[in-house]
Structure formats: structure tokens, C-alpha cells
Design a protein around this ligand. Structure first.
Ligand SMILES: *Cc1c(COP(=O)(O)O)cnc(C)c1O
Length: 381
């Protein structure tokens, strides 16, 4: 059997598949089994920020695995120690303690538990159109009955309020609220950037009511939006959830916490959390982001990209928006067919809701590659 038949036969059919077999990648380019080249504007939904096939990370993983691949966090380890220090130094304000896990949803699970244990309260407020992952706790915070319905009952205590609407959040918030959980830019929800003023007011009310502010930067983290973390441009959280591009493509999540966060010993642990192989990959990836000035590149190329996109003269486009290299093109019709047309033209893009084409290229993308994507979009729109 060929690759497609094998996957179709032996895996649960939970992913809506695109009809290509990807076998390799370099920088912002991907190659399928027939050798066809694509410009990657998905980066595995924001995982591959440093691009594909980076030698620095490949070498770090190989060397660490040969030396000590796994080390349960019951023991100290120098590579984990260095990464914890590095993240604390990169993180805003007093977010100087970290819990390591293995994915975005796990980072959210940790954050929800830490908020409850710190405050002794149970209720969580998250946003409509928000996406926080699909494990049971994260799923309750994620917006969308189609995701939740087959798996009810949901974890109790969750309320969803409209994103970027302070009055609605203020009404929902009470003495029983443990945490407010928000994205800075709603990714799955349509590439929607919240207002600075909104986040500032949320910060103030959380302060005055003793509520923990959790910011989910699983998708926006590590340079994507033109700063290391998007929250630097908006607000300082008490808990910052990270994953996706943290370890250069190796599974890893992290929950960064302020001194305020209080978690009893043994109450939350993870077998793989903070394993030295992932930690070495993360340290190498962070080195690449700094050495190759990828944050600056995300900012510059993001502006260039948006500028070029906004000049496409098409009646089908309703809006072009985003932050750094996280860009949404909202259409006046369903975007699904256009994402497939783009693939035929050699561009891999994402959807964000029914009508938005989402572009999340690796931060190494060049002007020539952006020009190629823009001309492909021009042709189909
Ligand atoms: C992808 C994503 C998650 C979930 O991450 P997984 O690693 O798939 O569990 C959570 N929050 C946001 C904002 C994401 O983009």
C-alpha cells in the first residue's frame, strides 16, 4: 500500500486531510513525494518558526540524545536548568518560574490547575472564538460546540464571553473567578488581534478582583508577531502558556508563572516534561531565533506581506489583518476552496474559521518567497 492508503487504513480519521504526501523541507519550503516544491505558509500551524531542517537544532538533538535523552524531572539536569533560566530571562516582568510539558493543550491544562490551586476558586472565563486545545480541560475553554458535543459533559466552571469586549467580561467576572484565559491574537478564531486598551482593562480588573490572567501564546510565541511574545505589546499576564515553536519542532510546552502562582508539590507532573532532548532543541532554536534575527524579520516581512496583500485588487477580499507573520485574509465567501487552489499553485496556507485564509510562514521567509505567495493569491482572487 502507498502512504495515503496506509494512513487511511491504520489511523483514526480525525484530520481533514490535504491530498499530498510531504517528505522533506528546508527553510520556508516543503517538498512532496513527487519532488514538487511548496512555499510553506502554515509552518505546521506555527510550529516551524525557524524553518525546516535547521542544522543547529538537528545537531543539538542528536548530541543530547547520545549523552542523555531522557531525565525525569525528579532529578536535576543541566540542560533543563539552562532552558528554565533562559525562558525566565526572555519572559516579561516577573514570569520567572516554568513548568515544562509536551504540548499546547497540556500547557493550558497546567495553567487552569495552577489558577485554581493559587486562588482556591473554580470559575474560568475564556473567549468566544478562542482556541486552547482539545484535551478535556482545554476543550472546555475552547470555543465551538462542534468540538465539544461528542464529548460532554465538559469540565464545569467555564464561561465564554465575546473577545475584545470589556463590558461583557466585567459582567461575567465575580468573586468566584479563578482566571481569565485569553489569546492576544485569536488564531483559529480568524486571526483577530485584541486591542491594547482591552487587555489593559482586563489586567486592571484581574488585579482588583484577585483573578489570575492567563495568556495563551501557544501560536503567537517565539517571534511570530514581531516580538518574542505577543503579550509584550499588550499586557503582562500572571501565567503565559507556550508550546508549538518552543523547541524548534520537537514536542514541548511550557507554563511560565509569576511568583504569585502557588502549586503544591506532586500535584501536577509530567513524565516527558522537561526532557533534556526537547530542552536542548529549545535552547538551540532560541539561539537560532536570536542569531538569525528572526524576530526583526517577522516584523519587517510581516509588514511587507500585509502591505502587498492589501494592494491586491479583488472584490472577494473583505479584510487583511494580523500581527507580524500571523496574517489573516478575510474573504466575503468560504475560504476553503481558495486554500486548495493555493496548494495547486505551490503555496501551503491554513484556514481560520470558514472565511479566513491564515498565513503563518516560518519566520525565515524571504521577500522573493512572499512575492511568489502574493502573486499566487492575486491569480486566484
Ligand atoms: C495549537 C494551539 C493550542 C493547542 O496546542 P496542541 O499542542 O495542539 O495541544 C492551544 N492554544 C493555541 C492558541 C493554539 O494555537
Amino acid at each position: 500500500m502507498n502512504t495515503k492508503s496506509l494512513e487511511q487504513t491504520y489511523e483514526l480519521a480525525v484530520y481533514p486531510r490535504r491530498d499530498i504526501v510531504l517528505v522533506s523541507g528546508k527553510g520556508a519550503r516543503l517538498y512532496d513525494e513527487d519532488g514538487r516544491e511548496y512555499i510553506d505558509c502554515a509552518a505546521n500551524v506555527g510550529v516551524s518558526n525557524i524553518g525546516h531542517g535547521h542544522e543547529t537544532v538537528a545537531k543539538a538533538i542528536y548530541e543530547q540524545y547520545r549523552s542523555l535523552g531522557n531525565c525525569y524531572s525528579m532529578f536535576y539536569n543541566p540542560v533543563r536548568a539552562r532552558l528554565a533560566e533562559k525562558l525566565a530571562k526572555l519572559a516579561p516582568a516577573d514570569l520567572n518560574r516554568v513548568f515544562f510539558c509536551n504540548s499546547g493543550a497540556e500547557a493550558i491544562e497546567g495553567a487552569l490547575k495552577f489558577a485554581r490551586s493559587t486562588t482556591g476558586r473554580q470559575k474560568i472565563i475564556s473567549a468566544m472564538r478562542g482556541f486552547h486545545g482539545k484535551t478535556m480541560g482545554a476543550l472546555a475553554a475552547t470555543w465551538g460546540s462542534e468540538y465539544q458535543k461528542p464529548f460532554v459533559p465538559m469540565m464545569p466552571g467555564l464561561t465564554h464571553v465575546p473577545f475584545n469586549n470589556f463590558a461583557k467580561l466585567e459582567t461575567a467576572l465575580s468573586e468566584e473567578t479563578a482566571a481569565v484565559l485569553l489569546e492576544i491574537v485569536q488564531g483559529e478564531g480568524g486571526v483577530r488581534v485584541g486591542n491594547i486598551d482591552y487587555f489593559q482593562r482586563v489586567r486592571e480588573i484581574c488585579n482588583s478582583k484577585g483573578v489570575i490572567l492567563i495568556i495563551d501564546e501557544v501560536q503567537t510565541g517565539f517571534g511570530r508577531t514581531g516580538t518574542m511574545f505577543a503579550c509584550e505589546q499588550f499586557v503582562t499576564p500572571d501565567i503565559l502558556c507556550l508550546a508549538k515553536s518552543l523547541a524548534g519542532g520537537i514536542p514541548m510546552g511550557a507554563v511560565l508563572c509569576s511568583d504569585r502562582i502557588n502549586v503544591p508539590v506532586k500535584s501536577h507532573t509530567s513524565t516527558f516534561g522537561g526532557n533534556p532532548t526537547a530542552c536542548a532543541a529549545a535552547l538551540a532554536s532560541l539561539e537560532v531565533i536570536e542569531k538569525e534575527r528572526l524576530i526583526e524579520n517577522a516584523d519587517a516581512q510581516g509588514n511587507y506581506f500585509k502591505e502587498k496583500l492589501s494592494r491586491i485588487d479583488s472584490k472577494k477580499i473583505r479584510d487583511v489583518r494580523g500581527l507580524g507573520l500571523m496574517i489573516g485574509i478575510e474573504l466575503k465567501e468560504k475560504a476553503g476552496p481558495y486554500v486548495h487552489m493555493l496548494m495547486d499553485k505551490g503555496v501551503i496556507a491554513l484556514l481560520a474559521g470558514a472565511t479566513v485564509i491564515r498565513l503563518l510562514p516560518p519566520l525565515v521567509i524571504s521577500r522573493e518567497e512572499i512575492d511568489f505567495v502574493v502573486s499566487a493569491l492575486k491569480e486566484i482572487l
